[in-house]
Write a protein that binds this ligand. Sequence first.
Ligand code: PFF
Length: 446
Amino acid sequence: MDKKITFGSHFGTIAAVGGSVIGLGNIWRFPYLVGSSGGSAFLIVYILCSLLIAVPIMMSELLLGRHTRSNPFGAFRKLSEYKIWSMVGLLGIITVFCIFAFYSVVAGWAISFFKTAIFEGFTGHSSQEISSNFKQYINTGWQPSLAALIFIVLTAGVVIGGIKKGIERINKILMPVLLVIIVGLFIYSFSLDGFSQAMNFLLQPDFSKIGINTIFAAFGQAFFSMSLGMGAMIAYGAYVRPETSIPRLTLTIALADLTIALLAGFAIFPGVFTYGIEPTSGPTLIFETLPLVFSMMPAGNFIGIIFFFLVFIAAITSSVSMLEPIVQFVMQELNATRAKAVVFISTLIGIAAVLCAYSQVENSSLIVFGENIFDFLNDATAKFSMPIGAFLIVIFTGWVVQKDIVYKQITNDGRHSNSLYFYYRMLLRYFIPAVLGVFILTTLFN
Ligand code: PFF
């Protein structure tokens, strides 16, 4: 890989990194977790996790990438003489592969719902019909598989174009569109009767609801939403320009991620409350609950089309950042061309995605540790691979990488604030390893 390839502009960098973090995590996962994990109680823990834990981890990943200009595996190999560290990069690459597999199934649902919204609409269907239609769709196996494959091909099409002409370009076009749509939906939701109820649900803290489950869910979500613990940000860090301030970029992205998640919450819950629906349905919230809302609301079909288009945009700008680290790895470590790497990896992911989709068919035998493959990958990556990967990345950056490399990357050779560097280093070396260590041990013993 040409070491000089970087993002072309500051806006391009923000759009690409923002495109990675803003995804189904904000529009699909965050709302259902808020809905099923105690509303604002979850939100408070989530904000704390984002600022104190996720932000320093993202800074670490970006700096490892920018310093080495390497894929996640190569970054560890270059910075330590102990080969074992490069296994952390490999774990990341495997994790991101697993996430891409189930992610593309959900993105495929969005494509199918977009099609339904255009050609059939949601009006005139009862809640039972909507829910049974969704189950029927899942139970065909082939329909969600096909949709997932279409999504993977589209992602591959972008990544084959390379960094500037593929990934950066698509993000520069789609991220502003995403912003306009989500603000538009938010403004529309404002006019619904359930808006104030949604405000209370999202913003009135009820500390009694903060339990160990809320904390765990918030941790997993912070990693997922900020694309952390699997090297995606190491891969993108490799394309960050030398003059970009990593702390400033990270804070901008964290703020954007949180704002979009909240806007998605405000776009979704008013409708849910207006029509007296329970917000606790879990992962199918936006696919079972929302179509019902669209079926009842004025101009619901049109809103439905826009909404599922939004979900698709959010998904594809993230999925390119899942494919890129794996492609970067195959290109740099196995000397393949970009085109060959993309075709090879996408084929493997396609197979994994089809397995995920078929594992959701009723009575499927595609079960791992008592869960279907889809749920297993969703849970295992959030509970184990991402936190463990993040823990090891933090230990590596805080204790193994030479101090002056970290200092130079964070302060751009001493040109930016030193005090920020001090806080970053404290969090990185002591606070985060302690918190993550407790988190991982508790999860393992549960
Ligand atoms: N951050 C993305 C989202 O919120 O949907 C998900 C994601 C992207 C996870 C990239 C992992 C990754 F490497």
